[in-house]
Design a protein around this ligand. Structure first.
Ligand SMILES: Nc1nc2c(ncn2[C@@H]2O[C@H](COP(=O)(O)OP(=O)(O)OP(=O)(O)O)[C@@H](O)[C@H]2O)c(=O)[nH]1
Ligand SMILES: [Zn+2]
Length: 191
């Protein structure tokens, strides 16, 4: 999206937020709210900026040759996303492991991949799958495992209002699916 397009989108979102605030019964002209529509517009664009990213851009060529075929684990990557049903946050941690197959990925790129998919409207299961598929695609790994543990504001702040529940989703591919010991090693390392 070009700068001009982006400005137009921010302006259009600002107009919508002005209407939303008014429909909620507030005075959008009062001092505290006067800049809120444009702040909310920019915040929502930031929270969904993953739509503007591609895997190629995010990885930026940081794939390196390596002879190691031992498990690599990156754990406790913090995650902020928006549930696609209510547009409310879900917040948690993501753990990613893979079995290299001649190539390893730059460490920071795991977090960048998580953000690229998390910063969209999501459901946790689909987010978990997309991260696993991306790591598999860029590394050609012999196995990939992704676990996400998250709390959903749509279950806490509204609806059933359960404050202590969390959801865990996992995707196991290749060696993590076929080999029980590899899977167990991964699960014990993220405990
Ligand atoms: N599987 C899954 N469900 C989700 C996720 N985020 C939100 N949900 C659920 O999506 C469902 C939407 O259900 P609906 O009955 O259409 O919506 P609702 O009336 O607002 O539902 P309640 O939250 O039960 O009040 C709810 O059960 C949410 O808890 C997610 O990431 N994965
Ligand atoms: Zn929800």
């Amino acid at each position: 999206m070009s700068d001009t397009d982006n400005k137009t989108t921010t302006d259009a979102l600002t107009d919508y937020y002005r209407d939303v605030i008014t429909l909620l019964g507030e005075d959008v002209e009062r001092e505290g709210l006067v800049d809120t529509p444009s702040r909310a517009a920019k915040a929502m664009q930031f929270l969904t900026h993953g739509y503007g990213l591609s895997l190629e851009e995010v990885v930026n060529g940081a794939v390196f040759t390596s002879e190691s075929d031992e498990m690599v684990l990156v754990k406790d990557i913090e995650l902020y996303s928006l549930c696609e049903h209510h547009i409310l946050p879900f917040i948690g941690r993501c753990h990613i492991a893979y079995l290299p197959n001649g190539k390893v990925l730059g460490l920071s790129k795991f977090a960048r991949i998580v953000d690229m998919y998390a910063r969209r409207l999501q459901i946790q299961e689909q987010l978990t799958l997309q991260i696993a598929q991306a790591v598999e695609e860029v590394t050609g790994a012999k196995g990939v495992a992704v676990v996400i543990e998250a709390r959903h504001m749509c279950m806490m702040m509204r609806g059933v209002q359960k404050q202590n529940s969390s959801m865990t989703t996992s995707v196991m591919r290749g060696g993590f699916r076929e080999n029980h010991r590899t899977r167990q090693e991964f699960l014990s390392l993220i405990k």
